[in-house]
Design a protein. Sequence first.
Length: 539
Amino acid sequence: MIRLLKKRRNKDSQNTFGDLKNDSFDFEQIKKYFGKKDHSNSFQLLSDKTCNDLDFEELFMFVDRTESRIGQQFLYGKLRSIPYRKEDNSKNEWLIQKLSEDLDFRLFVRKQLKKLNNQDAYYITSIFQEDHVKPPKWFFVTRLLSFANILSLLLLFVTVDMVFVIGIVFIINLIIHYWNKRNLYQYLNSIPQLLRLNKIAKELFNNNRLKDINPDLLKSISILEKVKRRMSFFNIEAKFQGDFEAVFWGIMELFKILFLIEPIILFGVLKQLDSKRKQIETIFQFVGYIDSSLSIASLRKGTGSFCLPTIIETKKTINALEVYHPLIPECIKNSIEVKKKSILLTGSNMSGKTSFIRTIAINAITGQTLNTCFADQFSMPRMSISSAIRISDDLLNDKSYYFEEVLTIKEMIDKSNNEIPNLFLLDEIFKGTNTIERISAGKAVLSALTKNENIVFVSTHDIELADLLKDEFDLFHFSEKVDHKTVDFDYKLKEGKLKNRNAIRILQINDYPEKIINEAIEISKKLDEITVGNILQIP
């Protein structure tokens, strides 16, 4: 018994439960299910812009510990779609816990899911999300031609003249047969995998621990079973493409041409599958849900520290204790408490401002979608997430950096007036324009964004902006230590605005000419006096 248990544990260890995937990621296929899914029940879909700002694909590659392609597609959609209501976490957490603790149960689930790891499994979604190939208006002729050949073969025993009829019909059938090959090839990847999905879903459902996920799943499985015999033809056809001997393949090809078996079966199956989209998606979601739960269990095992977030009713409140960015090795942890105000961060380049903003955003996403945060404690209300962090010129559409930023922030302003709470993330607002207008526009925009139930996290180099917003924003900063020849960052969040400026000092330790340094210092002092005087005059 002990030897058997050790053998099982070694097997699970070889399966790398808890480790990062050593696999390539085909995001074009991974995104397919999310891209065409009905999202009407979602609280928010993360935009492409926000995903780009937060390095979403890298985050997904870190989070994804699924075993199947179905689970991978399902998990991508789950991570990118914030639900309206808190999902039934008691049921989900129960499954995650069992997969974490029960070795035999986990091995059974992983064994079944691995059978759907073939790249072809990506194409299952096309069966229930995309339009099927439709038969042409003349397609009724195929059955007549098939029947004609059967009848001609029978009459051949009566008169040899039927050879000419068979020959003429064969030529017509040959044309139709190879016309249909293009249609058939579209489904040689997906339909055999659908058969496998149905079989594996049935195996998983037979485990009593998984029946509560969808007690009515057998109805969908049994409906799909009715098409099983016809769909099995695609399994045989797929094998003909590679495994069978050429002679045997040739004989079968001749037989299929004579009776137009391929087009008749193909369009018959597609017609039946077209009416069973809902059942197919139900089975897909059942397997995807199990695999995504397994992935979360594996993620938590392989993560240094994590917590289950608390989704609270209190608006404009975030409490993050020892929170960190999961993609930064040995990331420095920080804590912050947001109460009724937004957050403005000051600090020099590379001090940690932008990484901290991304840290809050990523934890807000994984907390609401995966019920997992990379922190000792994390609480927040359900919030929509928008960002303006990584902005670039759109040269193809003749848009400058500043214009792109203007459009992005305008979308935030529009969202800020909605009734739902928003989390807005901005890095160096309006840095595409001059100092005076940047500070003026920045102050006005940030004051507007932080109204209602919205929380803003914004970084800036403009200390003047911190002075203008001190009543609406809590001020924090990151700083560095500059000695004779080095610059050291501790990446620790500190209260208040940044008081020390080290940009000119960094020029000095890098051996800039003394004349340049002295002139820069003098100009800096004069600009400080002018700026402070202007700010004091603002009502």
